[in-house]
Design a protein around this ligand. Structure first.
Ligand code: N01
Length: 552
């Protein structure tokens, strides 16, 4: 929507094809009970319009899915975007025509259009993962996926419900489903860490105070590696005594949510430091869950925060309810779905409904669903077979005039998504406007620059403990996918700085094919607002590594 807004503002003709029946993307599809954002609402919103910031009132610290969807609809109406969006159309193919230098785009409804630029705004966590469970078709009841939830909602009252998975979606929905179901069985393959959200209603005074100086909050957020602002302590965990650490973790636990990771500066970089927070989190689980066997099964043994940290409201407490049961799949996977339920290790668990909270083919899954063909008939899927290859995560050599918003190799899912989206859009639109200024037909990264960027993304990822476990960040949740750390972990400000430099150095690393020989200096239009210094008080080892490891 932001891309559309900017393109229209600069006089481009643009059309959006949208698979959903309305705007909102993630927030259109993920309507499962309990779905809400885990970045604070006052920051998880567009920052491009001061008026929008001022006129919208978030009601809770962490907004619910319906509220975020209402916001998305408000943005679509306020900026008159709907007239340019064709809903209920899934793009099936995009082919670069080397003669006309235009993209030919097809949809599942037979639309055929051509465009100079093709922007993939398909989302990082949108292609749902449906594992192939034996006997799936035999199950007599309904099977849902959290990422494709029925719009009319589902009433589980009096039903025996099974939930497969214990990632963020499951952890948010389980406490709510447990309130309705007569019996709830959770099938867990890997235990996950989760921190309480301590969600609350926002008061009018709080909103007023933030709005009075929204600009400063936005600027502070942009200077952070995560692209959102929270209190962060840079001290290394092991420099504190055990008692100090305990006090610190207690205090950050009380703040709740993702900022819990801000208790010390080295938690994601030093295994011994990480062990201290992991131990604290496991003790919390044991203190909440009354049955010791269940508590032990719920205690993760991997690096804290290695998989995406979950944020919950009463998740672990739910296992104290007499009708909630946990089934361990870590040694014995789901054998099959039967007509009546799910069978594990010779035991059949009777169910009326099954919920697959089994996640997504992250980062590249949505691109894989479209046949994208670049120069010489090469498809993007072929080029990316051994792992995604894109310069700055925005464009890939051999695919001229194709942009990927929050593509692999950019901060994307490691930053606040809306900030990451806005920064990409501003850069891409500046690039397109520059091409119009100089009469360029195509823009495309040079392979050498792309290769060096990928190497840099890989090198920096090794600094972080996040690259060490089997998460969707590395594609490990989908059988057969190459294991590559996909998002850029050097931090949002370092990345922004790099994008800005590339632009001011005349789109360094890109080739522009032009009819007009004049090499005018790029006019920085929208990207201007991203010129923010790195917050030196919270510079992370990954950011230091990103500065040290030569970038291109
Ligand atoms: O998906 P996930 P998600 N048999 O991939 C299990 C964002 N998000 O939808 O860990 C049995 O995290 C799998 O097990 P394992 C957020 O970034 C944000 O929950 O692979 N189990 C895992 O437990 C999040 O990280 C919010 O061993 C199987 C689960 O399914 C991302 O979206 C809310 C299985 C999948 O967990 C994805 O979250 C929700 C199998 N064959 C989501 N296959 C916010 O709050 C998979 N699993 C903003």
């Amino acid at each position: 929507m932001y891309m559309l807004h900017r393109l229209c503002g600069l006089g481009f003709t643009a059309r959006v094809y949208e698979a959903g029946g309305g705007v909102g993307g993630t927030w259109y599809w993920n309507r499962y009970p309990g779905a809400r954002c885990d970045v604070e609402s006052m920051q998880y919103s567009f920052s491009f319009s001061e008026e929008l910031d001022q006129e919208w009132d978030w009601s809770e610290r962490y907004a619910t899915q319906p509220e975020i969807l209402a916001y998305a609809n408000h943005v679509a109406d306020r900026f008159e975007l709907r007239q340019h969006i064709v809903f209920n159309r899934r793009v099936t193919a995009a082919t670069f025509d080397e003669t006309t230098k235009r993209w030919r785009i097809q949809t599942d409804h037979g639309d055929r259009v051509t465009a100079k630029f093709c922007v993939m705004a398909v989302g990082c966590l949108s292609a749902t993962n449906h594992p192939t469970f034996k006997g799936r078709q035999n199950f007599r009841g309904p099977i849902y996926h959290t990422g494709e939830w029925p719009h009319e909602g589902v009433d589980f009252t009096g039903l025996r419900v099974g939930v497969i998975g214990t990632g963020s979606s499951a952890i948010q929905s389980i406490p709510i489903i447990a309130q309705q179901a007569s019996a709830l069985t959770v099938f867990q393959r890997t235990a996950n860490y989760s921190v309480p959200a301590w969600n609350e209603k926002l008061t009018a005074e709080y909103r007023r105070a933030v709005k009075a100086d929204y600009h400063t909050l936005r600027a502070k957020a942009r200077a952070r590696p995560t692209g959102f602002y929270f209190l962060f302590n840079m001290q290394p965990a092991l420099e504190a005594t055990a008692e100090e650490r305990e006090r610190q973790y207690e205090e950050f636990w009380k703040r709740g949510g993702l900022p819990f990771l801000g208790a010390y500066g080295d938690l994601l970089f030093d295994k011994a430091a990480n062990d201290t927070i992991a131990d604290f989190a496991r003790r919390k689980i044991r203190s909440i869950v009354k049955d010791p066997t269940t508590a032990e099964l719920l205690c993760p043994d991997n690096v804290f925060g290695c998989k995406r940290l979950c944020v919950d409201s009463g998740y672990f407490e739910t296992y104290n309810l007499p009708h909630v049961k946990l089934v361990d799949l870590s040694k014995t996977p789901i054998e099959r779905f039967t007509a009546q339920g799910i069978e594990v290790n010779g035991t059949e668990y009777p169910l009326d409904a099954i919920i697959c909270a089994t996640g997504f083919a992250a980062m590249t899954g949505s691109l894989d669903r479209i046949r994208i063909t670049g120069r010489s008939g090469q498809t993007l899927a072929e080029k990316w077979r051994a792992g995604p290859r894109a310069y700055l995560g925005m464009a890939s050599a051999g695919f001229p005039n194709l942009f990927t918003i929050t593509g692999p190799g950019s901060p994307s899912v490691l930053a606040s998504m809306i900030q990451a989206i806005e920064q990409h859009v501003d850069w891409m639109v500046d690039c397109m406007a520059h091409m119009r200024d100089i009469g360029a037909a195509t823009v495309e990264p040079l392979e050498t620059y792309e290769d060096e960027w990928i190497e840099h993304v890989n090198d920096v990822s090794k600094v972080s403990l996040r690259s060490t476990c089997s998460s969707w960040y590395v594609g490990a949740n989908i059988p057969g996918r190459p294991r590559v750390f996909m998002p850029y972990i050097g931090g949002f400000p370092i990345y922004v700085q790099k994008c800005n430099e590339v632009m001011t150095n005349g789109f360094e690393g890109f080739v522009m094919e032009r009819t007009n020989a004049k090499n005018e200096e790029p006019r920085v239009r929208l990207t201007q607002r991203w010129r923010v210094p790195l917050d030196l008080e919270v510079i992370s080892p990954a950011a230091i590594a990103a500065k040290r490891v030569p970038v291109v």
